[in-house]
Design a protein around this ligand. Structure first.
Ligand code: PLP
Length: 212
């Protein structure tokens, strides 16, 4: 089941991904390690998790396999040390305090932690993320952070505005030649995201089924 789903999602991506730039992240929150193992057996190596303790359990169970872990959920500052020690990417950085803590807590003997700024692209009061206008104010601080590297942006647009917001996000990325990463697209808007310049798509439901 999971393997068939994964294949279908990969095919959807392939058909639209003209520049072959999209990497699929399997979002496995609330799903057991055995589900992830099925995806791994089908060749999947990027996994996204939202809840730290749950993620750490799975990372421990699956530690002998060559996987790339993405933290995509809201970040409380008392959780940054475990995130810095156990993940390869963090998509949900929206405060400087969090970026600084991740930098200070990333072990020096690990590769730099890849981070994305979460952008509240439709200025929604219910969503976290920084506003488009605030981006330029954030970026200079990252020059002082030696253990993390800012690679680009993540967004979750409003459902009424999806394609326009994906396009806008891709235009914003163009303004920053040092950045190469745009994390956008979930099960419901995967196709639009791939068409409009995503480099990571984050797919949960369409791979693992509905969450309870
Ligand atoms: C849960 C989640 C996803 C996956 O959503 P689906 O609709 O299940 O594909 C992607 N990104 C974030 C930030 C999430 O929290």
């Amino acid at each position: 089941m999971i393997q068939d789903n994964l294949k279908k999602v990969q095919e959807r991506i392939h058909t639209l991904d003209k520049n072959q730039q999209v990497t699929l992240i399997a979002v496995s929150k609330t799903k057991p390690a055995s589900d992830l193992q099925q995806a791994i057996d089908a060749g999947q190596c990027h996994f996204g998790e939202n809840y730290l303790q749950e993620a750490l359990n799975k990372i421990e169970i699956l530690k002998n396999q060559d996987l790339i872990w993405h933290f995509i959920g809201p970040i409380q500052s008392n959780k940054t040390n475990k995130i810095a020690e156990n993940f390869d990417w963090v998509h949900s950085v929206d405060r400087l305090k969090i970026a600084k803590r991740l930098n200070d807590q990333r072990p020096e003997d690990m590769d730099k932690l890849n981070v994305l700024l979460q952008i509240n692209i439709d200025n929604e009061s219910t969503k976290s993320g920084i506003l488009e206008d605030e981006i330029d104010g954030f970026i200079p601080y990252f020059e002082n952070f030696k253990n993390i590297v800012l690679r680009g942006f993540m967004c979750m647009p409003s459902p009424d505005n999806t394609e326009k917001s994906f396009k806008k996000m891709a235009e914003i990325l163009q303004k920053y030649p040092n950045f190469d990463t745009l994390s956008m697209g979930m099960s419901n808007d995967l196709d639009l995201a791939v068409k409009n310049g995503a480099t990571f798509v984050r797919i949960g439901t369409d791979i693992f089924g509905k969450r309870t």
